[in-house]
Structures are given as structure tokens and as C-alpha cells.
Design a protein around this ligand. Structure first.
Ligand SMILES: NC(=O)C1=CN([C@@H]2O[C@H](COP(=O)(O)OP(=O)(O)OC[C@H]3O[C@@H](n4cnc5c(N)ncnc54)[C@H](O)[C@@H]3O)[C@@H](O)[C@H]2O)C=CC1
Ligand SMILES: O=C(O)CCC(=O)C(=O)O
Length: 473
């Protein structure tokens, strides 16, 4: 593709190369129809769309996008909600969907030439898989947890990762409330017996939850929502968290995990998967829990040692457990599930459905797909979990203005290089931030000719600290 002076007057155009190309990708490899003069079917569609941000007053904000959005390939796995599919297709992107997670081999093949991938909790985006991705610029986790992605490696490759921090929190909290009642009344076992034709009317060891103590481990979005719901049902709420947090209602933060375990009738886990939470609940912790108390895990499978839990249930030390997440989960519906917990007394097992409600999935689909569109079209990284968060006011709707998005190594001297490159241009506004080893700079530049755009692109992408350079216009 080449730049000519006769670019269409208001068609959105983007960087001189394909979107999120690796630094080594040569200029102009966008393929047929990807140049600024191309009249891709999406170009007219784009013009009518709502504009990002505003300048106030009557100044028109320019819609920035990759020039030919039909060239952008998005791979959505694990039955990502239709709201996401339609949002992304409405942008003109090519969207391929799969109901299941893919095997590693197939994923490596598929990820090679996509610019964006959307996953839920099953797809592991490891270093090996990320290294196979030649054009990947952004990952959408259509869930809360992001432990399935090698976040640091992604950042080092200039790949931003977005998630939905709280769209399914309420769904998880409601499931846990249901489980507290089910465990307390041994409903799982009664239900199994009835389906086997066994009538077993018992009240021994069945309790109301009113007045009982709920111990929440991890008082974040889910834990705190649960706290409110549990108190409204008459429970006393205690919690343990690594940071001091404002207790909601009459709940109380306790000094240690052991204190919480020793004083609660129900323990529920709502921590992320981290090195610190791996095997957080093992033999010692289960022994510390009260005789006849209950454990609920809807966080991540690695947080609980399954053998120790199975022993505590079979020995009768625990009165029951509800487990939604497992160290090894089948890749798809219909696949065989096995666990030492199968057959344990008063044990509710669910297939990682904490966040699986129509409401949550629909909200997640909208939230994450919008973040992806903003990153692809405008470079906005607000909300990214592994990336510096950068945004700028909308760019003025002027023919010759561009946005430079530069992901680079976070080392001294970079801004001096960029300032030198942009020294003779009119930089309207600029913002830069860093996170760990990488930094991200966004600059809006006006009054640039196509030749100058090429020159800026070339000089910035050739800086030794370059990770990814994009120019949106
Ligand atoms: N079963 C399911 O379908 C779902 C599971 N989840 C899981 O639940 C987890 C929690 O979700 P949110 O409440 O939204 O996360 P959050 O980030 O809002 O809260 C997590 C809390 O855990 C605390 N924490 C971290 N490490 C800790 C430690 N070692 N000890 C004690 N507290 C610690 C944090 O300080 C924070 O307050 C997610 O990371 C995800 O893995 C989330 C949604 C659905
Ligand atoms: O619904 C999913 O696939 C995953 C839910 C979950 O575990 C999360 O949001 O972290």
C-alpha cells in the first residue's frame, strides 16, 4: 500500500501497516484494499457511527479506526456472548467464533494471523502460544480472572489484555448464597436420593442459616457483594483480606486466615489465582475449620488442595462443601469430569458456572468488546490489566491529524528520542505512562502530510526501544 495525496476526505484511515503489526512488519503490507485510498465497504458505515469523546462546544471529534476494518481478524473462543460478536462485527472486523476452547495445536495455527483473540477461563494463552501469534495486539478475557494468560509476556510483546472486572460478580454471589442454604439443609444429598427412589426425611444436622457466621476470604467485588446479601439473610459476616478494607454493613475484618477459619460456620473463597493463593486451603486450614462447618470454593481450583478436602469431607470433619472450580477442568461440555470429590457426602459439584448467567454474559460481552474496539480504533488502554493505562481526548476532525501509539521498553531516554522525532511537528497533546518493563505513549499530531506520516512511522518504529508502533488517522 502506498500513500498518495488523494486520500478520501473523511474516510477513517489507519497506520501505514496492518494493525498491530510486529515492529518488523514492513510498511504497506496491509494487503489489497487496505490502503488509505481503498474504499472498503466499512468506510461509509464508519462515518455514521458515534464518535469517541468530545471537545465540548461544537468542535467535531474525528473517528479514528484502522483504515480498512474488514482486514482486522478477531477470534472468539468458548462461546463468547452474542453481544460481543455483534459489537465487533458492527465495526466491520472479521470475526470467527468457536463454541469451545481449542486444543493447543489448533490454537497455535489459528492465533498466527489474528489481531485480537477473545477467550474465557479455559483457554491458556501461554508464552508458547503468544509467541506463535504474529499479529496479535490485544486479548479480551470475557470473564473476571486473567490467570489463564501470561500477562507479563503479553505486555512485553505489546499485547494489551482486557477483562470484565465485575460484570459477573453478582451472579457468583447469588450462587454462593444458594449453596449456603443447600449445604445447610443437605439438599444435594436429598435430591440425589429422591432421584434414586429413596425417601429419607431427616432433620439431624440440618440448620437455618440465620445467625450463622459466614467467613469470606477475599473481600473484593464478589466477597463484598456476598457480604451484603448474607447479612440480609440474617448471617453474621467476618472476612479476611490481605489489605485493610471498609467492612460493609456490620461485617468485620479479622486479623488472620486462621482466625476466620476457626470462627466461621461457612468459609467461602473469593481470591484470585496467584502464587500466594495456590493451595491456600490445605490440610492445616481444613483442620482449623470448625467441626461440621462448610467450605465453598467458586474462585479458582488451585486455591484448595483437593485430596485434603476429600479427606476432610469423608472423615466427617467438614459438614459439606460446594466446589465450582477445579485444578483440572474439562475443555468442553460433554467431556469426562473426574475428581476425588465425586461421591463425597453433602458435596455440591458444579461445572464452573459461577458467572454463567444470561445477565452476566451479556454485560461481559458488551464491556469487553467495547474495550477491544477502543484499543483497536483509538489506542485507548484504560482498563487493561497488564498495560500502562493511557487515553487522550478525541482528536479533532481534521484531515491531516494523526494519533501515534507507541509501546516501548521502559528505559531512560525514550521520550528524548520521540521528542526529537516530533520536534518539527505540531503535537496537540501527548500522554505517556509505564507499568513494569513497558511504557505506552500516545500523541496527537496535526498538520502532517502523508509523507511526514510515513517518516514519523519509520523513525519511531526504528527506535531501539520500540515494541509496537501504530499510527491511527
Ligand atoms: N466461579 C466463577 O465462575 C468465577 C470465579 N471468579 C474468581 O473469583 C475471583 C475473585 O473475584 P473478584 O471478587 O471479582 O476479585 P477482586 O479482585 O475484586 O477481589 C479479590 C480480593 O482478594 C483479595 N486477596 C488477594 N490475595 C489474597 C490472599 N492471599 N489472601 C486474602 N485475600 C486476598 C484481594 O485483596 C481482593 O480484595 C477472581 O479472581 C476469579 O478467579 C470470578 C468470577 C466468576
Ligand atoms: O464464565 C467463565 O468462563 C469464567 C468465569 C470466571 O471464572 C471468571 O470470570 O473469572
Amino acid at each position: 500500500m502506498s500513500f498518495t495525496a488523494s486520500s478520501p476526505p473523511s474516510a477513517s484511515r489507519v497506520m501505514p501497516t496492518s494493525i498491530m503489526n510486529p515492529p518488523s512488519t514492513p510498511l504497506g503490507n496491509g494487503g489489497a484494499g487496505s490502503g488509505p485510498n481503498s474504499t472498503g465497504a466499512d468506510a461509509t458505515e464508519i462515518r455514521g457511527r458515534e464518535r469517541q469523546g468530545s471537545f465540548g462546544g461544537s468542535t467535531k471529534a474525528k473517528i479514528l479506526k484502522p483504515f480498512n476494518t474488514a482486514n482486522i481478524k478477531i477470534l472468539l473462543l468458548e462461546n463468547v456472548n452474542e453481544t460481543a460478536v455483534s459489537t465487533l462485527r458492527a465495526e466491520g472486523y472479521q470475526v470467527e467464533t468457536h463454541a469451545k476452547a481449542l486444543s493447543e495445536d489448533v490454537l497455535i495455527e489459528k492465533i498466527r494471523d489474528v489481531h485480537c483473540i477473545g477467550i474465557r477461563s479455559k483457554t491458556k494463552l501461554t508464552k508458547k502460544i503468544l509467541d506463535a501469534a504474529e499479529k496479535l495486539g490485544v486479548i479480551g478475557c470475557f470473564c473476571i480472572g486473567t490467570n489463564q494468560v501470561d500477562l507479563e509476556h503479553a505486555a512485553q510483546k505489546g499485547i494489551a489484555v482486557f477483562n470484565s472486572p465485575f460484570s459477573n460478580s453478582r451472579s457468583v454471589a447469588e450462587l454462593v448464597i444458594a449453596e449456603i442454604v443447600l449445604l445447610s439443609r443437605q439438599l444435594g444429598d436429598r435430591n440425589i436420593e429422591m432421584h434414586q427412589g429413596i425417601w429419607s426425611k431427616v432433620s439431624a444436622n440440618c440448620y437455618e442459616i440465620r445467625g450463622k457466621t459466614l467467613g469470606i476470604v477475599g473481600y473484593g467485588h464478589i466477597g463484598s457483594q456476598l457480604s451484603v446479601l448474607a447479612e440480609s439473610m440474617g448471617m453474621r459476616v467476618l472476612f479476611h483480606d490481605v489489605v485493610p478494607l471498609m467492612p460493609l454493613g456490620t461485617s468485620k475484618q479479622v486479623g488472620s486466615l486462621d482466625e476466620l477459619l476457626a470462627t466461621s460456620d461457612f468459609i467461602t473463597l473469593h481470591v484470585p489465582e496467584t502464587p500466594e493463593t495456590k493451595n491456600m486451603i490445605g490440610e492445616h486450614e481444613l483442620k482449623t475449620m470448625k467441626q461440621g462447618s462448610f467450605l465453598i470454593n467458586a474462585s479458582r481450583g488451585t486455591v484448595v488442595q483437593i485430596s485434603a478436602l476429600a479427606n476432610a469431607l469423608r472423615s466427617g470433619h467438614l459438614g459439606g462443601a460446594a466446589v465450582d472450580v477445579f485444578p483440572k477442568e474439562p475443555a468442553a461440555n460433554g467431556k469426562f469430569f473426574e475428581s476425588e470429590l465425586v461421591g463425597c457426602p453433602n458435596t455440591l459439584l458444579t461445572p464452573h458456572i459461577g458467572g454463567s448467567t444470561e445477565e452476566a454474559q451479556s454485560m461481559i460481552g458488551v464491556e469487553v468488546s467495547q474495550a477491544l474496539v477502543k484499543f483497536i480504533n483509538y489506542g485507548t488502554s484504560i482498563g487493561a490489566v497488564n498495560f500502562p493505562e493511557v487515553d487522550l481526548r478525541a482528536i479533532k476532525d481534521e484531515e491531516n491529524s494523526i494519533r501515534l501509539c507507541y509501546t516501548h521498553s521502559n528505559v531512560p531516554g525514550v521520550l528524548r528520542q520521540i521528542t526529537n522525532i516530533l520536534a518539527d511537528h505540531n503535537v496537540d497533546k501527548q500522554f505517556s505512562d509505564s507499568k513494569g518493563k513497558i511504557a505506552y505513549l500516545m500523541a496527537d499530531i496535526s498538520d502532517v502530510t502523508p509523507e511526514q506520516i510515513q517518516d514519523i512511522y519509520r523513525r519511531v518504529s526504528e527506535t531501539p526501544t520500540n515494541i509496537v508502533t501504530r499510527i491511527l488517522y
